[in-house]
Write a protein that binds this ligand. Sequence first.
Ligand code: 13P
Ligand code: SF4
Length: 380
Amino acid sequence: MYQPPLPQKYQELTDIQADQIISAVKDRLAERMVILGHHYQRDNVVKHAHHAGDSLELSKIAARQQKAEFIVFCGVHFMAESADILTADHQKVILPDLTAGCSMADMAEIDQVTTCWDALKSQMDHPNNLVPATYVNSTAAIKAFCGQKNGICVTSSNCRPIFEHIWDHNPQALILFLPDQHLGRNTAFNMGVPLEQMPIWDPYQKNGGLNSSQITHARVILWKGFCSVHQEFTTQQIEKARKDDPAVNIIVHPECPFEVAQKADYIGSTALIIKTITNAPASSTWAVGTEINLVNRLAEKMKKQNIKVRSLSNTPCLCETMYRIDPRHLAWLLDSLATHLDNPNENPLPNTIDVPNNIKHPARLALQRMIDITSAAEKK
Ligand code: 13P
Ligand code: SF4
């Protein structure tokens, strides 16, 4: 997506000036506006969020908003789309920088997925057993596809209970998992599915690069997508961390490669990483395989308990697209919102995320199924 350069005035703002603009608009709009921030956002953005969370928490918070007319999403494009899908039509979702996308979400295009779906069905003895499940890190069109085909969304926090739900209802189900191969593989393997029953569908190869026997014996078809940030973690880094400090605890996000997840002490979604380290014994040490802004924030927070937290990698694993949201873009967007409210006809609201209704409705089905199943699983 295209984001025009910020007007000069906003490019030149100091952090303090940006903070002042943001705080002034927050005060003026009070309950009419809510700012949501993903945990991977930088500190000087996340501090302005009314709610910080991982993908699952932010989806649920967006869905609960009753009073807010404006939802400012400090995260990436697919998250803002989810917020738009889950909120009422009169509520506007705005994203401070439209180029804050996600390379993983871009790895599954709707035409490729439709081709894959038709090919798989045509080679299955019982085509009705095919169930699509998409990581929320996907476009609204992919979520809508899942909604239409009786499928579902997952996040890194609830992938396992959702796979359990699918197989409880149909033990013969073949899950087509989009777009992150690692989350799908790490989750299903830990549920007892052998690797040979999880072949990869490569959208750039004929029949996904699979033969019909692989499809017939599969329990999960993994789309060939990955996160460029989490893919950077390696088993060598784990070996080095253990050599440097034999007592270190290694915790990695399930978007990390299989070998890394297997070698780590813990695999955890963003929420689970925070919970595990926050409740860790005093003086313990942690090497974490996830995005650097979250790791640094945790390191700072845990200093008081003498818990040492650092990245598993020596090179900063930064989500560069998340990083595009900065205080200057946030200040510009909130100022634009204030100006829009003063004179809506002359000042259209920029950077609105508006998923078309024909996509929004089926996508909402897939997201709402996820939220309902997760809530039921949490109550058990
Ligand atoms: P979660 O917030 O679900 O842990 O996802 C991590 C991520 O990659 C966000 O884009
Ligand atoms: Fe996408 Fe990875 Fe960034 Fe998450 S961390 S937004 S999956 S590129």
